[in-house]
Design a protein around this ligand. Structure first.
Ligand code: TMP
Ligand code: ASP
Length: 243
């Protein structure tokens, strides 16, 4: 599909128009940021690695009945996706306390939660992605009850599938962030990316970090670990031949 112009550029991806108004190219950059853009860097080959991981996981989620924006690959670093309007909420699910949850409640990182915890954050770097309740979303009119029910139920389904998927690769899904978008016909689909940028992944048995915390916390071996995750995902989930 031929590329048009850049519709918008975020910190780690850019969206590019195509000759089909309903289809965009999602271009994965090597750029990495943390702490709402305060820390900046480059993770070598991240674009390629994250594009491959996301493509394989989206394709698999579709076979499990999850509607996603994924349509195929345009290149090693470009994915074809439905044009959607992103719902500006980060839908976070957690199995283990880490990151902002551990800090907010003074809970030791690594504490297993009794049941999966779902949180909403407003997608707004300038405000520092504040934590939100469903009541805030309803009161501000950002989404209606039905949409919120859908995000929670569909998010939980994806969370359960991904928790089991990563477990099968010897990895504990500590927490992760999902984003949803609306197609022109109103259908809500899983959008954005599923990659080590938006998940905390710990090796089972050692708790070795296999995600963006290696970059956030300057733990070293960032590229190597992303590549390792990509290899594990590639072995588990073959990519369909691209048309
Ligand atoms: P947190 O512990 O910082 O709230 O992050 C929870 C999860 O959400 C973690 O896996 C990282 C992911 N995340 C993003 O992908 N983007 C973001 O902007 C933030 C704040 C978190
Ligand atoms: N994605 C956010 C940023 O770019 C937060 C993070 O991942 O730490 O700053």
């Amino acid at each position: 599909m031929s590329a048009g112009q850049v519709l918008n550029e975020g910190k780690s991806k850019k969206m590019i128009t195509t000759d089909d108004p309903e289809v965009l190219i999602q271009y994965f950059k090597d750029d990495a940021t943390a702490f709402n853009g305060v820390k900046k860097g480059i993770i070598g080959s991240k674009g390629k690695v994250n594009c491959a991981i996301s493509a394989r996981i989206f394709q698999w989620l579709e076979t499990e009945g999850v509607k996603t924006h994924y349509r195929g690959l345009q290149s090693e670093i470009e994915m074809l996706v439905d044009r959607v309007e992103i719902i500006p909420l980060e839908v976070v699910f957690r199995n283990v306390a880490a990151g902002s949850l551990a800090k907010r409640f003074g809970i030791e990182e690594g504490t297993e939660l009794d049941s999966p915890l779902q949180e909403f954050f407003l997608k707004d770097d300038d405000l520092g992605d504040p934590l939100l309740t469903r009541n805030h979303v309803l009161a501000f009119g950002w989404a209606d009850d039905e949409t919120m029910d859908h995000l929670i139920a569909e998010g939980r389904k994806v969370h359960d599938l991904l928790t089991e998927f990563w477990k099968g690769l010897g990895i504990k899904l500590v927490d992760h962030k999902l984003e949803f978008g609306r197609r022109a016909d109103g259908t809500i689909v899983l959008a954005d990316e599923i990659t080590p940028d938006g998940c905390r992944l710990w090796e089972i048995g050692t708790d070795r970090k296999m995600d963006k915390d290696r970059f956030r916390r300057s733990l070293g071996k960032v590229e190597e670990t992303y590549a390792e995750v990509a290899d594990l995902v590639a072995k588990a989930l073959p990519l369909d031949a691209q048309v």
